[in-house]
Design a protein around this ligand. Sequence first.
Ligand SMILES: Cc1cc2nc3c(=O)[nH]c(=O)nc-3n(C[C@H](O)[C@H](O)[C@H](O)COP(=O)(O)O)c2cc1C
Length: 185
Amino acid sequence: MNQTIKDILSRRSIRRFKPEPLPRDLLAEIITAGEFAPTALNTQSLHFSVILNQDIIADISAVNKKIIGGDDGNPLKKLAQMDNFCNFYHAPAVIIISSDDIPYGVADAANAAENICIAAQSLGIGSCYIASFLPAFASPEAPRLKDRIMLPENKIVRFAVALGYIDGETPSAPPRRENNITVID
Ligand SMILES: Cc1cc2nc3c(=O)[nH]c(=O)nc-3n(C[C@H](O)[C@H](O)[C@H](O)COP(=O)(O)O)c2cc1C
């Protein structure tokens, strides 16, 4: 098995990070991996907001805590009500991925998010792909939050990836479902 496939298979969602900042050169490589993800019709409408400012990360998290902490239909309601809730697991770096309002904008952003996670894994950096913060960017606070992350006009926030060095053990992979492959000769 080559190293790329090993990195894909060994990547896990990490939810405990050391506070130490990531080296800027490694962060730049990770973002480049995101930029080089495929986009439908090569639209390349993606924007990457690289947030290293803990106050902004905490702000987004606090806005979302209020929303999902009061939402009976949200599976994360209980988690969001906890005192130390951080939607980004106190990661030292969070990349928010946005795209234009185009038919494959979500897929384009998803490709970039996964490229970022795999690139991080290959560099010994932990990652967590995150969508649960999105209600904050659909709330009345959204304009203020978009300003804080300097989001270019007309970009729609799609996903985030929390990044940092792993604190503790890497969880083991959830087992794969069976009977999900059909080979047609
Ligand atoms: C589109 C998408 C959204 C996700 N959103 C969250 C999230 O908001 N919070 C979180 O902790 N994990 C989130 N995850 C991570 C999944 O929970 C995780 O990938 C899954 O449980 C499998 O675990 P693994 O990544 O370790 O293989 C998300 C993953 C994807 C693909």
